[in-house]
Ligand binder design. Structure first.
Ligand code: ADP
Ligand code: ASP
Ligand code: MG
Length: 407
């Protein structure tokens, strides 16, 4: 008998027949003798609708009320799944974040889980009652409802699995595993049998939304074995997210991620002297802008140079505002920006041992006539910034170049 956490995403609980399908998958695990906690997302499209309503009423709404509104989608599905389970004879009850409780920070809209007081829930599931937990939500120190950022039900599930010391956490979604790249971009994407925590962390943080980045961090820290599998073809095996040691074949490139949510800002003719980087990035940090890639050119005359950096597209206006306000302290000649850029990243733990991996990326993009605007690297990834127009072309070309295409 094992203790397992099963998580179902928005598409998997998207309508009543699908909720019945989920109830059957849960029933199957109960009949195998397992103790089960289920974490559910809101029905597909629900959270987007709730976010849009809140914004429509006021773009500058109170973040606590935003959380109160957008957390409601998960309450509906938790209750409905408990009803569906009872209807087929499986004892179950729903749990909201505050009822467990799942304690989080007070950062409304993107709160972090601090602790899960799971004793009562654990007792109930040990007695054979299925716990159906509303994902994405928790409770702040001041007792207000919080949410964990978009895609946060993944994190609810992995954190609950860690708190319960579950044997595994199964993430059911609309694809049957983690692929070499987003299967929506190329039909040649291949399902991975296994992927290391480290690679999955990079893949997620560089754009693959199959798992929320934070959920992979939690899984890695607590060594929770995570499986990603399809709610519609549950017997397909899925992908195991596991320790690097458990992976035999370490390819130079395991996966390719992309994000279109990028913007580029260039400051022209910045003084080439100590303190300038601090004068630029200090005001950006104060304005809450996350800076990602940074490049500074060598100056020709030793006096002035150009500096380019990227931010999330949604932060562009705020970033430009901060830069313009700090113009007297920075002393640049002009600022230009481009919101139509995208970041493509190749990821693989085998990169450490294989030289020349980045070179293949640069040659492949050159052959397609795609200009690389900025490059950044780490031990197991290389990212490039390119025009948004070439995302699909670049991903497909790189996918072939690194021999990732399915047969
Ligand atoms: P859920 O609602 O179940 O949480 P998401 O939409 O958040 O599902 O995540 C699943 C989606 O992630 C897939 O439909 C797929 O398009 C996308 N995706 C992006 N990159 C990958 C990848 N490398 N492997 C699998 N899916 C990916
Ligand atoms: N319903 C939330 C969202 O759409 C959380 C999740 O699905 O993981 O972001
Ligand atoms: Mg998701």
């Amino acid at each position: 008998m094992a203790k397992i956490v099963m998580k179902f995403g928005g598409t998997s609980v998207g309508d009543i027949p699908r909720i019945r399908n989920v109830a059957k998958l849960v029933q199957r695990e109960v009949e195998r003798g397992h103790n089960v906690a289920v974490v559910v997302s809101a029905m597909a499209g629900e959270t987007n609708k709730l976010v849009a309503w809140t914004r429509e009423l006021s773009p500058l709404h109170d973040a606590r009320e935003y959380d109160s509104v957008v957390s409601s989608g998960e309450q509906v599905t938790a209750g409905l799944l408990a009803v569906a389970l009872a209807a087929i004879g499986v004892p179950a009850r729903s749990w909201l974040g505050w009822q467990i409780p799942i304690r989080t920070s007070a950062m409304h809209g993107s709160a972090r889980i601090l602790a899960i007081e799971s004793d009562l829930l654990n007792q109930r599931i040990s007695n054979g009652q299925v716990a159906v937990v509303a994902g994405f939500q928790g409770i702040a120190p001041d007792q207000r409802v919080t949410t964990l950022g978009r895609g946060g039900s993944d994190t609810s599930a992995v954190a609950l699995a860690a708190a319960l010391k579950a044997d595994r956490c199964d993430i059911y979604t609309d694809v049957d595993g983690v692929y070499t790249t987003d299967p929506r971009i190329t039909s040649r994407a291949r399902k991975l049998e296994r992927i290391s925590y480290e690679e999955m962390l990079e893949l997620a943080s560089l754009g693959a939304k199959v798992l929320q980045t934070r959920s992979v961090e939690v899984a890695m820290v607590h060594r929770v074995p995570v499986r990603v599998l399809s709610a519609f073809a549950a017997d397909n095996g899925g992908t195991l997210v596991c320790d690097e040691e458990d992976i035999v074949e370490k390819n130079p490139v395991t996966g390719i991620a992309y994000t279109k949510d990028e913007a580029k800002i260039t400051l022209l003719r910045v003084p080439d002297q100590p303190g300038v980087a601090a004068a630029i990035f200090g005001p950006l940090a104060d304005a809450g802008v996350n800076v990602d890639m940074i490049v500074q050119n060598v100056s020709e005359d030793g006096r002035r140079t150009d500096l380019t950096f990227t931010t999330q597209r949604s932060d562009l206006d705020r970033a430009l505002h901060a830069i313009r306000n700090a113009a007297p302290q920075i002393g640049y000649k002009d600022v230009i920006s481009d919101p139509r850029v995208a970041k493509i990243s190749i990821i693989g733990i085998g990169m450490r041992a294989h030289p020349g991996v980045a070179q293949t990326m640069f040659t492949t993009l050159a052959q397609k006539g795609i200009n690389i605007q900025v490059i950044s690297t780490s031990e197991i990834k290389v990212s490039v910034l390119i025009s948004e127009d070439y995302v699909e072309l670049a991903v497909r070309a790189l996918h072939s170049a690194y021999d990732l295409d399915s047969a």
